[in-house]
Design a protein around this ligand. Structure first.
Ligand code: RP5
Length: 315
């Protein structure tokens, strides 16, 4: 397999390529002064199975470059072209909340399915849509970060009390708490706008029994995390640690969470960010191996634990 990475994903690509036995290449993405993109793929692709690595934060910016890259790989002779998207954007708009709205999740899945033969992602935001297969017209596999999050908690915060900021976070929090052998609670959230969120904290003895760790799949504006931090401090807990799978972090989000009083913000490296502390190459490799078995792809190699991204940057 040939792994072709978008430039910003190079650090994860360097963990992933040896683990899956892929030849690593980086595409060139030139931006013209008017904002148009020129994508260039390196080397020959004749008959190769190609995997593109791109994380879909800011998916509007990436959509056309992805389509150009996939089409060009085919023109250069690639046998199949897959997409490894550690973060898969647009999954939250999974129904028409108001008349006339686009239901973006299936539309974006169809868009990607027109360019790629398969897809692997990490913990997609699926709620009313149960499975990736329900919206993707191509084989789509989800890697699960829960074992990595649980292991991080066991090592770094053995007295953690896991807290989901809203009912949608129940699925992540319950599983990580089970794997880490720690208690968990789910807070109540009411959202009235993009940055207008109210969180309330239930009375609970568990809250006072350890270090609060707020766990969510996505921090976007950071408002959910920030309000949860404030309400927990109001309830008399120690400063919470915020653990997020996908560090989407719109402008100012990380600072807003810290200003609210969080002790620390930690994320996986599905999206490059200064808070990355948990490497997901191992679970991506597992997912690629499962997919490869079903698709007659070149078998991915033996999974290896990825180095901690924080350690990587200090090398
Ligand atoms: O409050 P922000 O950070 O904007 O949005 C993130 C929240 O929106 C939800 O869909 C996510 O699961 C998370 O709870």
């Amino acid at each position: 397999m040939i792994l072709v990475t978008f430039p910003e994903m190079r650090p994860l690509a360097e963990d992933l390529a040896p683990a899956i036995g892929a030849d690593l290449r980086e595409l060139d993405w030139h931006r013209f002064p008017d904002g148009e993109s020129l994508i260039s793929l390196p080397g020959k692709l004749d008959g190769a199975d190609v995997a593109l690595l791109a994380t879909l934060r800011d998916p509007d910016r990436l959509a056309l470059p992805l389509r150009f890259a996939a089409a060009t790989a085919r023109e250069m002779g690639a046998r199949r072209v897959g997409l490894i998207a550690p973060y898969l954007g647009y999954m939250r708009q999974d129904r028409r909340f108001e008349a006339g709205q686009a239901v973006s999740a299936p539309l974006f899945a169809q868009f990607l399915g027109q360019s790629f033969d398969w897809l692997v992602t990490v913990d997609p935001h699926l709620h009313r849509i149960a499975r990736l297969d329900d919206v993707f017209p191509i084989p789509a596999m989800r890697a699960v970060s829960a074992p990595l999050l649980a292991s991080w908690i066991e090592t770094n915060l053995p007295d953690a009390v896991l807290l989901g900021p809203d009912s949608e976070s129940q699925q992540w929090v319950a599983e990580v708490a089970r794997l880490a052998g720690r208690p968990h609670e789910v807070l109540r959230k009411v959202r009235s706008g993009d940055r207008s969120v109210d969180v309330s904290v239930p009375e609970s003895a568990a809250l006072q029994s350890g270090t609060p760790v707020i766990l969510d799949d996505i921090a976007s504006s950071g408002t959910t995390m920030a309000r949860a931090v404030e309400r927990l401090l109001d309830a008399g807990t120690p400063a919470p640690v915020c653990l997020v799978i996908h560090a989407v972090f719109a402008d100012g989000a990380h600072d807003a969470i810290l200003s609210a009083g969080a002790a620390r913000v930690v994320s996986t490296d599905t999206i490059p960010h200064s808070t990355n502390a948990i490497g997901i190459a191992g679970v991506l490799t597992d997912a690629l191996r499962s997919l490869a078995a079903g698709l007659d792809l070149p078998a991915a190699g033996t999974p290896r634990l990825a180095p901690n991204p924080a350690e990587r940057t200090s090398e």
